[in-house]
Design a binder for this molecule. Sequence first.
Ligand code: ISE
Length: 347
Amino acid sequence: MSVRVALIGAGIMGADHARILAEDIPGAELTVVCDASDARARAVAEACGAADVMTDPVATIERRDVDAILVASTDETHAPLTLAGITAGKPVLCEKPLAPTAAEGITVVEAEIRAGRRLAQIGFMRRFDPAYAEMRRSFREGRIGSALMMHNFHRNVESPGVWFTESMAISGSAPHEFDVARFVLGTDYASISVFQPKRSDANVAPVFAVLRTRDGQLVNIEVNNNAAYGYDVRAELVGEQGSVELMIPAATRLNAGLSLAQGYAPDWRPRFAEAYRLQNKAWIRSIETGVPSEIAANAWDGYQAILVAEAGARALAEGREVEVERPEAPDLYRAGIDATRGEEVIA
Ligand code: ISE
């Protein structure tokens, strides 16, 4: 019996998720595509074989022929639609961020506690990226000794528009590193400082964050939304006995004309294609088995990322190190933490 999935939001990410569900996840059936634009919903539905289109997200969630919901609509709708899914008792894969603010994000955690079950998975797909998974495995197997630092940089070709600000780099791009570094290290953050260099043009300058973890490690994150040369995400985890770094994925390296060339992805979708596939496969698997993925980010993880982002925005605005709020994880979410997040095998 396939899991009948409704997609809400037929934009860039929604269209990519629809393609993944249709092409790569045999156990899933994309039944409905919902978008405020009927035309956009139809285009994705036709491309991916969905039977129906809608423009009302709540009515979509409540349909009897929908088992699960993938939320890829605009950020401010993520928490309300995830809450509607929880109210309907249906699993939700919610694209990051869980919500624009911690005050909204915690409402999803509270709803799951009231429901007594975890129904929301949050779209921090890098946890499923094979390279980050190998980095985490190497660390957990003791191959580099105790962790000291994690260096990260996250470069986009160009900002998505003139409306994009450095605060959005912290709230929209950096949460991938906030989450994956926390996941790889198995820790939480104690504080964050954020700096910016000065660009010669009017483009948004990179943000450079330095975070201290509660275990005394340092995590630095460069987010450059105007790197110009390519979509480039790298990380190196440095331990007392060694380090492990992500390799830049490339199908080929061109040797010609006394030079060597390797291409970059234009954006995150091809760079993390396997991560999205494995993330969505794990989500469908969790619905089929009734057992939430312990690798995937849950609502508590989504809430943690927002807390760091809000502290980071303050750190940038106020030019100082800001403490990151560290509430105790509710019991509903401790299973993942206490179970040392075993290495799920998702082929
Ligand atoms: C975007 O919102 C994403 O989520 C992408 O994964 C990230 O790489 C990009 O920098 C963000 O702007």
